[in-house]
Write a protein that binds this ligand. Structure first.
Ligand SMILES: Cc1ncc(COP(=O)(O)O)c(C=O)c1O
Length: 374
């Protein structure tokens, strides 16, 4: 077992995100205020909120909240098929620690949110399947099959994909499940961007509903735009697996924040309203980005995202994406995320289009590009 690597992505953002006016690489949707969420409460939730005691909460999560989360996975799922966590992050940590030890092998699709790669790497051998811009960021299933070893135990995926916005087709998803089943792999599916498909026909069933060894990771942070609640969950048909993860959780957060559980319940009971607003923001912003990338097509190329609220933009310049990002930050107060934080070679940066002030940030980026002869 090795130490966890420096979390380059969070490290990069932690000293920039809260100081710069324009977070043009945000991985979440526009948020709501607490009052806006409370105003959405039905009578039951308002009563729960008014009577809320700040005691410890149930380790798996508040039963009413778990019921509400289970609805996202279809009729087969109930509260007992869900374990809640402090954000999605804790879910990744608990799943990897419950499953992996030094004898195992894991496979991860990269570039990815760093935990999906660094946590398994701290526990066992890991093979990376690298996506490429030239392949429109599409996953090659033959590469996945070729990476499987006799001791492979876990395959980690994330669709809709951060940072590229790529999706799996329904057929690819079914084939991936078949590969996992054939080799008896656990399939960890980071679905924090589920419900953010640009075309709703691309909406995929959860892996947990398709596969008996599937783990579906969800969270209030991304599609619902409420990361400050720090409420995430894993849905899984296998109760022993949920129990094993809950044991790891006992060493971490123990239980959710009590106010966050009620606020999450209110938000999920109003999910259509929240998602519709968020999809509208993304829909307007992506059109602006289409025009923007068309205007700067010699310098910047993107594969239009099909889901999620991020894209990975190719910078055709001798300047590194890192230096480009630093210049943008210093001149215009705009944060983008260069490929170096993903340990991904080439010249790319992540852009996010889930925030209301994206048009203003984009106008500033235009000023920046127009003022420089790159
Ligand atoms: C793909 C993905 N998974 C998980 C996480 C962690 O989410 P949370 O902040 O809710 O713990 C992130 C955060 O950026 C992410 O992008």
């Amino acid at each position: 077992m090795s130490k966890l690597a420096l979390f380059k992505l969070e490290d990069y953002l932690s000293i920039r995100e809260f100081r710069a006016p324009y977070m043009l690489c945000a991985s979440d949707l526009e948020t709501h205020t607490m009052q806006q969420i409370i105003d959405m409460a039905d009578d039951q939730c308002r009563d729960l909120w008014n009577r809320l005691a700040l005691s410890y909460t149930e380790p798996y999560g508040m039963p009413l909240l778990l019921d509400q989360i289970a609805e996202l996975y279809g009729e087969k799922f109930g509260a007992h098929d869900i374990l809640s966590f402090a954000g999605a992050e804790e879910g990744i940590y608990c799943a990897c620690h419950a499953l992996l030890d030094a004898r195992d092998h894991a496979i991860v699709v990269t570039p990815c949110y760093q935990s999906l790669e660094s946590i398994p790497t701290s526990l066992c051998d890991v093979t990376k399947i690298e996506l490429g811009h030239e392949q429109q960021w599409q996953l090659d299933l033959d590469q996945v099959a070729a990476a499987i070893q006799p001791n492979s135990k876990l395959l980690l995926i994330n669709y809709p994909h951060n940072p590229t916005g790529a999706m799996l087709s329904h057929e690819q998803q079914a084939q991936l499940v078949e590969i996992a089943r054939k080799h008896n792999l656990w399939l960890f599916s980071d679905e924090v961007y589920r419900y953010l498909e640009i075309d709703e026909k691309d909406h995929l069933p959860s892996i947990a509903s398709l596969y008996e060894k599937g783990l579906s990771l969800g969270v209030m942070s991304k599609a619902f735009g409420l990361p400050g609640l720090r409420v995430g969950w894993i849905a899984c048909q296998n109760r022993d697996m949920l129990l094993a993860m809950s044991n790891v959780k006992h060493y971490l957060s123990i239980c959710n924040s009590a106010p966050s559980e009620i606020l999450s319940l209110i938000a999920l009971r109003n999910k259509r309203q929240i998602l519709d607003r968020n999809l509208a923001i993304m829909g307007d912003n992506i059109v602006l980005l289409d025009n923007f990338f068309n205007d700067y097509r010699d310098l910047l190329e993107w594969v239009r995202p099909r889901g999620g609220c991020t894209g990975f933009v190719k910078l055709n310049s001798s300047e590194s994406a890192y230096d480009f990002a630093e210049g943008l930050l210093q001149d215009k107060g705009i944060v983008v995320l260069p490929n170096s934080v993903y340990d991904y070679t080439g010249n790319y940066f992540r852009i996010g289009f889930g925030r209301k002030n994206m048009p203003e940030a984009l106008a500033k980026m235009r000023e920046f590009l127009d003022s420089r002869a790159l």
